[in-house]
Design a protein around this ligand. Sequence first.
Ligand SMILES: O=P(O)(O)OC[C@H]1O[C@@](CO)(OP(=O)(O)O)[C@@H](O)[C@@H]1O
Length: 667
Amino acid sequence: MSRKTHQPFCRYLQWLGINTRVFNVGNYRRKLHGAQQPHDFFDPANPEGERSRREAAVEALNDMIRWFKKDDGVVALYDATNSTRARREMLLAACKKNDIQVMFIESICQDESLVLHNIMDVKLSSPDYEDMDPEQAAEDFKARIVHYEEAYETITEENLTYIKLINVGSQVIISHIQGYLQSRIVYYLMNLHIAPRSIFFSRHGESLFNVMGKLGGDSDLSARGKQYAKSLPLLIATHLGNSEQLTVWTSTMRRTIATAEHLTYPKLQWKALDELDAGVCDGMTYEEIEEQFPEDFANRDDDKFNYRYRGGESYRDVVLRLEPVIMDLERQRNILIIGHQAILRCIYAYFMNHSHEKLPYIKIPLHTVIQLTPRAYTCEEKRFKVDIEAVDTHRPKPKAGAPKSAAEIPLTEMPTEVPVNGDATITVKTMSTTTFKDGFKDGAAHGRNKAKDTAAGAATVPCPVPAPSPEEAETAKKAQDIQDALVEATAASATPALKLDQITTPPISVGSLENVSTPPHSPVPALSSRQDATPPTKVIANGLASPIPAQFTTLVSEVTQDEDASGSEKTLGSDDETSAPASATASAAPATATVIATDDISNLSIKTKNLKTTTPPSLLRDLLTQNPTAVWQEGPEYELTAGGSPRDPIMSPGGRLLPKTENWHFP
Ligand SMILES: O=P(O)(O)OC[C@H]1O[C@@](CO)(OP(=O)(O)O)[C@@H](O)[C@@H]1O
């Protein structure tokens, strides 16, 4: 798996509260044998290099096993090539001895331009090539890949659990995937894409409740909030670029819908984006909560992430309910989310890799657009503050020993007189541009950035289109130079088409999954308005406990399930979207399920034959929950019908898989 994949993968699991760690064998190799080894170090005919690389692999493996035992690890990513049978056997033997389940992730890249892109984007910034001329570094890495290819044995071992991602997931092969966690991992990996895109966040414009310091509710925008809504189209158009498409996601609450009112892009409302439910405290101010529920108020300050309002939600609950949103966000191109303070903190923390402890205090001010652009290792962040005043709803974490009382912590920027009726004339004067590498700042860091931005704004930033800073211009120039050098180097080289990116092995312990639940919020984005970047064109599943993989937004997917789970692949039927699989009419095993879906989801059909499973697949549930016209009804038999709403009946509280059944029936 490339680092581009394992970084978000690890973030995703950690964000869900699953203890996850990466064990990068390259780091062990550098520590033991020094960085900047030439390509022949990786030559399989070089016994010394082979011995050294094995030593690093063993040390990483031992550390990983220790981590599982001592630190309650749940998922480890053993990040190495693992591209020979011998290496995989070594890994499997050690894991088996320690009761660790192993799932291999093989990324096969046959598209040379993608490989080149990966070298440029990721490998050249590796410590292996620090301070090396980019052209020389690219040549060396390509020679290293040739060595990998010489020894490379793609996974063909029977009964191994694996997913093969071909050309960044345009084709996917899965084998012996079992259980909820492995299914989630597969689904997540299938959703990742590398197409360039930005995710824009904005809270709704200032609301009447914000002005009164009240939490929750479903109030309208204040006059200043309405002005902010009017200013959004220009701001977004300026930073999106004319040719780019965008979809706007809002919650189902008035204040976010009103904020999106003047935007002309396609819009979707998600129930899952509704603000954290404050339960009995909904509609109160912090002072009122402190007065009426002093113990709760103190408990929330002690552990804000886990504190659950009486009759309401905790931040932990919100993270879990947002999981389908994150999954869908990963599939999309440009999205603008108009959301709420707590909701945007959770989504922001996913992209920026913030801990659960810091998450509830992330600053997401009103009247500010945040733009996140995923890069190879991290997300680039820009903040655009619109010059329309708004109250500050951020309540910082009380410092140890400091007064905790809400009354003692004044809301900043609270205007003495607030125009809440009629159209107050508030003009948008300027928009300043702020660029943070990392948006979670303590007070001091924020101050520092603010000062820097003001200086930059005064000197160079025209309103509303900001010019790149000198640092940005310099970075862009360097990137261009490297790109040019690489293109030249590739043109001059006779290296054959590259077949191997990396194979990575993440062992997974069968940890408890109680926390990975899916609460009864059902996302219903219309498929037709999606901008899926690279949906798989074909999915082959083999020997599955959960036989139907998700992501059937593409034309045809065929799935086989071997009853004896023998491991041999069988792909039935044809690629013709109208044809039923050959085996659908066969009376004996293997059982089959064929899913045919077009972008017009009303044409969805699922046909099964002889399918026996004790747990209907969670992945099918994912398909259905994202399918606006499919209904999954519980009953003596499951039914799939067209034309309804896939709301709560599908989503079982607590995220358990759907109940047992022996037969499926699809009218
Ligand atoms: O978790 P804290 O910091 O209380 O922030 C969440 C609160 O933010 C608010 C504003 O105070 O969000 P919103 O602006 O969407 O209304 C409340 O509704 C919500 O309860």
